[in-house]
Design a protein around this ligand. Structure first.
Ligand code: 13P
Length: 258
């Protein structure tokens, strides 16, 4: 099996007006011309996709969306389809983020339909899973994450737009799926699981997803803790929130991939 190349991805969430977004993207595009050992992705809010895409053009940084609707088009005021993201220059889309599961009531079934939509449009789906603090305290972290994986990954034959995939009887494979383990209690809090806990849960995830699928860690990754987290053999990269909004911090995290 080829080695899994690490991915450092920035989730800008609902942050950035045009001027900030363009200057951040330009600064990162310039940095990405320097040697680096990982794949790079930024996922800005939908309003900035065109401008950020333009700023990243020709750079080593890919563009992604933060969410999509399951339908290709239609009467869904305010929503954006996977096909629209693809058309805007995206190669990836984050799906099932806890802020959408908790804040917008998204179920595993909703997330599963969105992943199928992403694949239909030829996008790589970044599936987020993770437990709450209470669930971890009750010893249920693996159980919760396993249920999210089982409920959110489509099975059966799902046509894949333009992503080159290997053959896989489940219709899901490593070319079009990335899993991000984001413990909810670690998001935006400065709290991070121990390295042993990250390794344990990534190993549990690994046993439940198609071989070769990358597993990112997300939740308060910053320039100080990135080297330790990214050195863990089970960690194939990071999904970064707050620290992705500063070019120097995001680049320091990318440089921690050695
Ligand atoms: P923070 O890095 O701000 O904790 O956010 C993590 C996250 O939610 C990325 O999707």
């Amino acid at each position: 099996m080829p080695e899994r190349k690490r991915l450092v991805a920035g989730n800008w969430k609902m942050n950035g007006l045009r001027a900030d977004g363009i200057s951040l993207a330009r600064a990162l595009a310039a940095r990405a011309a320097e040697p680096h050992a990982c794949d790079l992705l930024i996922c800005p809010p939908a309003t900035l996709l065109a401008a950020v895409g333009e700023a990243l053009a020709g750079s080593a940084i890919a563009l992604g969306g933060e969410d999509c609707h399951a339908a290709p088009s239609g009467a869904f005021t305010g929503s954006i389809s996977a096909e629209m993201l693809k058309d805007a220059g995206c190669s990836h889309v984050i799906l099932g983020h806890s802020e959408r599961r908790q804040g917008c009531g998204e179920s595993d079934a909703d997330v599963r339909a969105k992943i199928a939509a992403a694949w239909r449009a030829g996008l790589v789906a970044i599936l987020c899973v993770g437990e709450t603090g209470a669930e971890r305290a009750a010893g249920r972290a693996v159980e919760i994450v396993a249920a999210q994986l089982a409920g959110s990954i489509p099975t059966g034959s799902i046509p894949t737009g333009s992503i080159p995939t290997g053959s896989n009887a489940d219709g899901a494979d490593a070319a079009r799926l990335i899993v991000a383990y984001e413990p909810i209690w670690a998001i935006g809090t400065g709290l991070v699981p121990t390295s042993a806990d990250i390794v344990a849960i990534h190993a549990a995830i690994r046993g439940r997803i198609p071989a070769g699928t990358r597993i990112l860690y997300g939740g308060s990754v910053n320039p100080k803790n990135a080297a330790e987290i990214l050195a863990l053999a089970e960690v194939d990269g990071a999904l970064v929130g707050g620290a992705s909004l500063k070019a120097e911090d995001f680049w320091a995290i990318a440089r921690a991939c050695r």
